[in-house]
Design a protein around this ligand. Structure first.
Ligand code: AMP
Ligand code: GLY
Length: 426
């Protein structure tokens, strides 16, 4: 089967790496891809939201499966676009419908869904310009810290954790009246702050059955010791030591099962991944957010541990046999460390030559490209997050050590990475 993969990050390099191992994968195309994905297939010169170009490519290249990496095309309705076109209907699309993608596309939608299905999540209220004054009163009376979330997609920047009422009111004004995130912050969700340790769980579902394909802990802050600004993710580890059988059973009973049952009950057509962003509060799981895709860099530790053929899993999802498939995991731990451009998550420069990519690295390490591109003189940086090095180890500690050794073989001007990924599990 010919497969088209949409996206250009480390997640997509990991997906390309994994899918290309399947004997069901003939030609792999990646749009737009990066310097790393080019080793597993052909990069295509169109973007993830260019549905007409995607359609043309699917017809010309006889694509049998579309795998969508990032959230934008999901929320923009790529699944419905394929279902409503007689030339594309036969293609297996790994994506939720536009209506179901609101679980990620609208925080207010996901909060209401969780309330209807009795899924544990922080108490909240939603506000727009129409009930702005009511919102100010709600915030003024709220305990601290208080969490403000732009309703729509805001490229990971739409969440503010305010430590003071003043700061919360100012952010509320900027979001709603100042239209800080445009249409995305027309509506704002104000919610209670949850304390604990975050963990992400990933499932693949056909809207009836599901399989858990892994979990991970992400390190979001730029600085060591979890300090400084939030980023897209600076590293991940899997498995997470506190995800024992008892905690996982609570996640299954209270969160995963009611979510999948809720999708069916509410006729939300779903054929894809669900990323449960969870908080472990004294051993009890709460949902912070849903995403309709895999995480980045979570994918860079989840897929290396998944031994099951991913393309077969997608086919099982499509033909209703997901419940009959076996999922196997590599027993070893995985850690990934992200190298970023100097200045990220603020302003940074691109087009820096990456050195050391050709030298042999530890057999237990894999270099996943994120923001990279191929040029005449070699591979250049092309984004804030540049590459992630994943390693296997008997323990998280050992995996992190191997990734750091491999990382030290690679360099580019301004390169930075956190040396303390997995610090609390040492
Ligand atoms: P999100 O964009 O929803 O992933 O939120 C970004 C980050 O903000 C999350 O990964 C958490 O670290 C934090 N966060 C969001 N909501 C809450 C909450 N209710 N309590 C504590 N932290 C939160
Ligand atoms: N690493 C967090 C995310 O992919 O949303």
């Amino acid at each position: 089967m010919n497969i088209l993969l949409l996206g250009s990050g480390g997640r997509e390099h990991a997906l390309a790496w994994k899918m290309s191992q399947s004997h069901h994968c003939d030609t792999l195309l990646i749009a737009p891809g990066n310097a790393g994905t080019a080793a597993f297939g052909k990069n295509m010169p169109f973007g993830v939201n260019d549905f007409e170009a995607i359609k043309k490519c699917c017809i010309q290249e006889k694509i049998g499966m579309l795998v969508v990496g990032p959230e934008d095309p999901l929320v923009n309705g790529i699944y419905d676009f394929f279902q409503n076109d007689s030339l594309l209907q036969h293609i297996t699309v790994v994506a939720p419908s536009k209506a179901a993608a609101q679980l990620e596309g609208s925080k207010a939608f996901s909060k209401k869904f969780m309330a209807r299905q009795g899924i544990p999540t922080a108490a909240y209220a939603e506000f727009t310009e129409e009930n702005y004054d009511e919102g100010k009163k709600y915030i003024a009376a709220h305990s601290l810290p208080v969490v403000l979330k732009a309703d729509g997609l805001a490229a990971g920047k739409g969440v503010i954790i305010a430590q003071t009422t003043e700061e919360a009111l100012q952010s509320f004004e900027e979001m709603i009246l100042g239209k800080q995130f445009g249409e995305a912050s027309r509506k704002v969700v104000v919610e209670a702050f949850l304390t604990g340790i975050e963990v992400s769980v990933f499932i693949l579902t056909d809207g009836v059955d599901y399989q858990i394909i892994g979990h991970a802990k992400d390190y979001k802050r730029i600085g060591e010791g979890d300090t400084g600004l939030n980023t897209g993710g600076m590293g991940c580890v899997s498995p997470v030591p506190f995800m024992d059988a008892a905690f996982m059973q609570k996640v299954i009973d209270r969160i995963i099962n009611p979510t999948v049952k809720g999708l069916a009950k509410e006729n939300l057509n779903y054929h894809g991944f669900i990323f449960f962003g969870l908080m472990n509060t004294n051993g009890e799981p709460w949902v912070i957010e849903y995403n309709c895709r895999l995480g980045d860099p979570e994918t860079e530790v989840v897929l290396p541990r998944l031994q099951t053929d991913l393309v077969s899993l997608f086919a099982a999802m499509d033909n209703g046999t997901l419940a009959d498939t076996n999922i196997n995991f590599d027993e070893r731990s995985c850690a990934t460390i992200m190298a970023v451009s100097g200045g990220y998550p603020g302003d940074y420069q691109k087009n820096k030559l990456i050195q050391g990519l050709e030298s042999p690295i530890n057999k237990d390490s894999i270099v996943f490209h994120a923001g990279t591109k191929i040029a005449e003189n070699g591979v250049l940086t092309n984004g804030g997050r540049v590459l992630a090095i994943t390693s296997y180890g008997a323990t998280i500690n050992e995996a992190v050590k191997k990734s750091k050794i491999s990382m030290d073989q690679i360099s580019f001007e301004g390169m930075y990475y956190r040396r303390d990924i997995g610090y609390e599990f040492q």
